[in-house]
Design a protein around this ligand. Structure first.
Ligand SMILES: *[C@@H]1O[C@H](CO)[C@@H](O)[C@H](O)[C@H]1NC(C)=O
Ligand SMILES: *[C@@H]1O[C@H](CO)[C@@H](O)[C@H](O)[C@H]1NC(C)=O
Ligand SMILES: *[C@@H]1O[C@H](CO)[C@@H](O)[C@H](O)[C@H]1NC(C)=O
Ligand SMILES: *[C@@H]1O[C@H](CO)[C@@H](O)[C@H](O)[C@H]1NC(C)=O
Ligand SMILES: *[C@@H]1O[C@H](CO)[C@@H](O)[C@H](O)[C@H]1NC(C)=O
Length: 432
């Protein structure tokens, strides 16, 4: 019986080398148990701080990879350095998974306890990376910046979605509002949003005048170059409406058969699209599920002509079907269309943004969406009108106009950031 003989030989070997084996096991176990600590120590011991010492340095631990990726693209050429400690599951896409972070984790960061809050400050208040940090930036969630308040550095908040994320309970939400007011009162900080909807939304609940700092998304390295004939259809997240829209679209298309208009959904032809895949098509049709999304910024900056329902049509679709189903957290998380917010706003004569059952409120707030604020978007009033627009629009000319507008945006975005950087520098201990 060879198996048992083999086993005997192993047992014999282990007996002979028992000290060696147990040392090996102990080492392996320690590495597994203290993996985080060891990685951190190794990182700290090998970190070269010199490049950070004369550069404005920004700290980020965010759950969304794109806004910080965008910011790094805008500011790195200006000499700004980053500690980007992403908490997102998608961090692999931007290679930001590897910068070690203590106390805060992907699991406790969204809704950290008071204990984590204190421990984080205790750990980092005199830590070598933190000592070279001049500013913190928070996109998603905004509440991450509450954690940084004790550090007495500049705080840059740039809301990219409804800012009460992770502070849904009225008590937490009100506390967040108080903290935002405190932050906004210090001239070394800035409260901004990357889209007008969120700027107005924060103002509605806090009275704070929020700066508009649009995303720039220059990282695509792609430009409009239509070589294919299919129009792309962006994803519709409400399944029921997706089916309805496609049915109505088919019906309309049948009336225009001789014109051979081809519309394909992005996901059906590209499992994972590259930016340069999108630029090959004449235009992208949107039925928005959200009021501001990074891919809309990206597509606009690539000068790809974009079609969206008119404000009247989207108001009707949202009123009847709840099409913009990621506009409120109630609908995003619970599938519920609420008639009010959980807390009161401070602006009078403005309808409640979370009253999703009232046409006037829906229309008032949808108007702040990116697609009604940016020029050169092509609006359709109905599905038949969409087909008409696809046939009659000079998309190359639209793209040229977008390009000119994007150049202007580049200038204003850089100017705003230059101003913010000067402000950070002025208040930083490092630059005294
Ligand atoms: C916001 O801006 C408006 C108009 O510029 C001004 O009247 C108001 O006082 C500002 N509010 C705050 C809180 O700064
Ligand atoms: C945007 O990217 C292009 C090249 O892709 C580059 O020439 C330009 O300087 C970039 N603009 C900014 C503001 O980074
Ligand atoms: C919202 O609905 C509740 C009952 O579901 C009702 O009591 C309340 O008056 C409504 N509020 C508004 C602002 O319509
Ligand atoms: C939409 O918003 C703009 C400001 O960006 C405003 O001038 C316009 O009156 C608004 N339209 C509606 C229908 O509310
Ligand atoms: C906070 O930093 C500023 C410099 O930006 C400094 O003047 C002030 O004394 C600091 N406050 C505390 C409490 O350390």
């Amino acid at each position: 019986m060879t198996c048992c003989r083999k086993l005997q030989r192993y047992v014999f070997f282990i007996r002979q080398h028992s000290t060696f084996v147990s040392i090996l096991l102990t080492i392996t176990a320690s590495v597994v148990i203290f993996r985080k600590e060891l990685t951190y120590q190794l990182y700290i011991k090998t970190l070269n701080l010199e490049p950070y010492e004369n550069a404005i340095t920004i700290w980020s631990s965010d759950y969304h990879i794109s806004p910080i990726h965008d910011l790094k693209n805008i500011l790195s050429p200006l000499g700004v350095r980053f500690f980007d400690k992403s908490l997102s599951y998608s961090c692999g896409q931007t290679r930001t998974c590897f910068s070690p972070l203590r106390i805060l984790t992907r699991h406790n960061g969204m809704d950290y306890s008071n204990e984590i809050y204190s421990k984080f400050y205790e750990f980092y208040k005199n830590q070598i990376e933190m000592n070279v940090v001049d500013a913190f930036v928070c996109f998603h969630p905004v509440s991450m910046c509450e954690l940084y308040m004790p550090f007495n550095r500049s705080i840059i908040i740039i809301s990219s979605t409804r800012y009460e994320l992770s502070r849904f309970e009225p008590q937490q939400w009100n506390k967040l509002n108080e903290n935002l007011k405190k932050i906004s009162q210090n001239p070394k900080n800035i409260i901004a949003a990357n889209n007008l909807y969120d700027a107005e939304y924060i103002r509605y609940f806090t009275g704070i005048n929020v700066t508009l700092l649009p995303s720039f998304c220059n990282y695509t390295n792609s430009d409009y170059n239509p070589t294919r004939e299919e129009f792309l259809l962006a994803p519709i997240h409400l399944l029921y409406f997706d089916a309805l829209f496609k049915k109505l679209l088919k019906k309309s298309l049948n009336q225009y058969q001789k014109h051979k208009i081809k519309i394909v959904s992005i996901r059906s032809i590209y499992r994972n699209y590259k930016y340069s895949d999108l630029t090959n098509h004449p235009a992208i049709i949107h039925i928005p599920y959200q009021v501001s999304i990074m891919s809309f910024f990206e597509q606009y900056r690539m000068n790809i002509p974009l079609l969206a329902p008119s404000l009247d049509l989207l108001t009707t679709w949202h009123y009847e079907y709840g099409v913009v189903n990621e506009k409120t957290w109630d609908q995003t998380l619970h599938g519920i269309r609420s008639n009010s917010s959980r807390i009161k706003g401070v602006l009078t004569n403005v309808p409640d943004p979370n009253n999703d059952l009232d046409r006037i409120s829906i229309r008032y707030w949808l108007n702040f969406s990116d697609f009604y604020q940016w020029p050169h978007i092509i609006y359709y009033e109905s599905i038949d009108d969409l087909i008409e627009k696809l046939m009659s629009t000079d998309f190359r000319m639209i793209s040229e106009k977008m390009k000119i507008y994007n150049k202007q945006v580049e200038k204003t975005v850089l100017k705003k950031w230059q101003h913010i950087l000067n402000n950070i520098k002025q208040y930083s201990r490092k630059f005294r």
